[in-house]
Structures are given as C-alpha cells and as structure tokens.
Write a protein that binds this ligand. Structure first.
Ligand code: SF4
Ligand code: SF4
Length: 79
C-alpha cells in the first residue's frame, strides 16, 4: 500500500485547482474539512488501499504539495 503525504500549506485549494483529483485514475481525493492558513481547502485521501502508485498526482500538482511513497516488498538480490 502506498503512503501519500499532502502538504496542506503548499496547496492552492481543490476548488481553485483540483488537478490531483482530475488526474487520479481512482479519484481518491476529496476536499478536506479544514482550510489551510492561506484559506484554501487542500485534498485528503479517501480509500488509500485503491492507490495504484501511478504518481500522476505528484507529477501534475503545480505546487509540489503531494508525495507518494511506493511501498513494495524488497527483494533480496544475490551477488
Ligand atoms: S498515485 Fe495515482 S492512484 Fe495514487 S493517489 Fe496519486 S494519482 Fe491517485
Ligand atoms: S493538485 Fe496540488 S495544488 Fe492542486 S488541489 Fe491538488 S494538492 Fe492542491
């Protein structure tokens, strides 16, 4: 399962931007209940288990407000 981090204070708001929701193939973003200090409403993630770790939200967010950490089991490499 991915770990998604949203930096609320960098976000310019789902109403004003909303690109993360637009580009997410699973539509995992919802508007947060709280506003950030600039008065914008950042996203929150709904149903994290469905994240495909495609990184679209990270690539398209104009304010670098999202990070998705891939969680894959590590394979042992024999040398
Ligand atoms: S990594 Fe892909 S599936 Fe996961 S939240 Fe971002 S856009 Fe959606
Ligand atoms: S794409 Fe980035 S700036 Fe735009 S709403 Fe989503 S988190 Fe905020």
């Amino acid at each position: 399962m991915a770990a998604i981090r949203i930096y609320d204070e960098l976000c310019k708001g789902m109403e004003e931007c909303g690109l993360c929701l637009e580009v997410c193939p699973k539509k995992l973003f919802l508007p947060s209940e709280n506003l950030n200090r600039k008065g914008y409403r950042p996203p929150r993630v709904n149903n994290l288990e469905a994240c495909t770790q495609c990184q679209n939200c990270v690539i398209f967010c104009p304010d670098l407000a999202i990070m998705v950490e891939e969680k894959k089991p590590r394979k042992m490499v024999k040398k």
